[in-house]
Design a protein around this ligand. Structure first.
Ligand code: NAD
Ligand code: LMR
Length: 329
């Protein structure tokens, strides 16, 4: 049976994450090895030529699953018929830019994109926002797409999740594949909280196995939370291949499900779980099944975790209030 190709829109397609992402989507890593895709690349007019160059390279790979590439310089056309949308393009912070300026510049991108998704995306649209500030950009887009169920808008914290697994594996000598149930809570920012109190290493509680609260507080949490800045410092550019890899992981898991006995971390619309105000797009432990995510319920939150979750969630509430004041939502 021939499957209908899935339309995947990627914004910021000519950027560095775009370059690391598109070839993996086209080779079947986003949705699965038997799912044909059509790529819809959205860029600003000045970067369309560069996107055309990337499209030529995609052609040159002769990927069997890639059934077409279209390039657009406006969101209305870019999101028309999209089943999956990866919102990567964003306005980076430049020198002298205040937080309000950054939020405002990104509002100018994510408001029209939300409206275009509302107007023309496919009924089963799934949106992942990668462009920073990812959680609040996702909130802006979601607020301008009132006809799309809010749970279809998600923000990426899978890179943080993967970073935390890797750090924990290095500390304990465990294989990354033995680590399960790790959680990133809150914002994709330096306030995020990587939580190992419910995590397991080969079935044993990770926090008990590590048994080193000083390492947790002074090494593990800051290393994971500030990893993005450390990469920028070392590479002279922000993470790209690892960010693209995390975007692939996020969508693949959302569509194909979490493994039994494990969960993942996703920025999703809060329903008030764990005291996170309803409506904020915050990272939670989630399981995925049949293309839907669900927040893992009933976890006991100790005092160490409570304060850190609250701090990150407070930052999200401040960002929401700031974009509200700017009239962006
Ligand atoms: P980049 O500057 O290399 O590329 C961004 C691209 O977006 C550029 O080609 C630009 O022309 C395009 N763009 C800008 N405005 C656009 C619009 N309105 N529509 C379509 N395209 C537009 O940046 P990058 O390294 O690819 O990173 C992209 C974003 O991802 C940044 O905001 C970065 O901070 C963020 N990021 C997030 C995570 C995460 O874990 N959530 C990790 C790494 C990077
Ligand atoms: C990352 O986590 O690597 C990025 O979000 C860093 C950044 O500021 O772009």
């Amino acid at each position: 049976m021939t499957r209908t190709p899935v339309n995947v829109t990627v914004t910021g397609a000519a950027g560095q994450i775009g370059y690391a992402l598109l070839f993996r989507i086209a080779s079947g890593h986003l949705l699965g090895p038997d799912v044909p895709v059509k790529l819809r690349l959205l860029e600003i007019p000045q970067a369309v030529k560069a996107a055309e160059g990337t499209a030529m390279e995609l052609d040159d790979c002769a990927f069997p699953l890639l059934k077409g590439i279209d390039i657009f310089d406006n969101p209305t056309d870019g999101f028309a018929g999209a089943n999956v949308a990866l919102l990567v393009g964003a306005r980076p912070r430049t020198q002298g830019m205040e937080r309000g300026d950054l939020l405002s510049a990104n509002g100018g991108i994510f408001k029209p994109q939300g409206e275009a998704i509302n107007a023309g995306a496919a009924d089963d649209i799934k949106v992942l926002v990668v462009g920073n500030p990812a959680n609040t950009n996702a909130l802006i887009a979601q607020q301008h797409a009132p006809d799309v169920p809010a749970e279809r808008f998600t923000a990426m914290t899978r890179l943080d999740h993967n970073r935390a697994i890797s750090q924990l594996a290095q500390k304990t000598g465990a294989a990354v594949s033995d680590i399960a149930k790790l959680t990133i809570w809150g914002n994709h920012s330096a306030t995020q909280y990587p939580d190992i109190f419910h995590a397991e290493i080969a079935g044993k509680n990770a926090a008990e196995t590590v048994n080193d609260e000083a390492w947790l507080a002074d090494t593990f949490i800051p290393t994971v939370a500030k990893r993005g800045a450390a990469i920028i410092e070392a590479r002279g550019a922000s993470s790209a291949a690892s960010a693209a890899n995390a975007a692939i992981d996020h969508v693949y898991t959302w569509v194909n499900g979490t493994k039994p006995g494990d969960w993942t971390s996703m920025g999703v619309v809060s329903d008030g779980s764990y005291g996170v105000p309803a409506g904020l797009i915050s990272s939670f432990p989630v399981t995925c099944q049949d293309g839907k995510w669900e927040i893992v319920q009933g976890l006991e939150i100790n005092e160490f975790s409570r304060g850190r979750i609250d701090a990150s969630v407070n930052e999200l509430a401040e960002e929401r209030d700031a974009v509200r004041e700017l009239g962006l939502i």
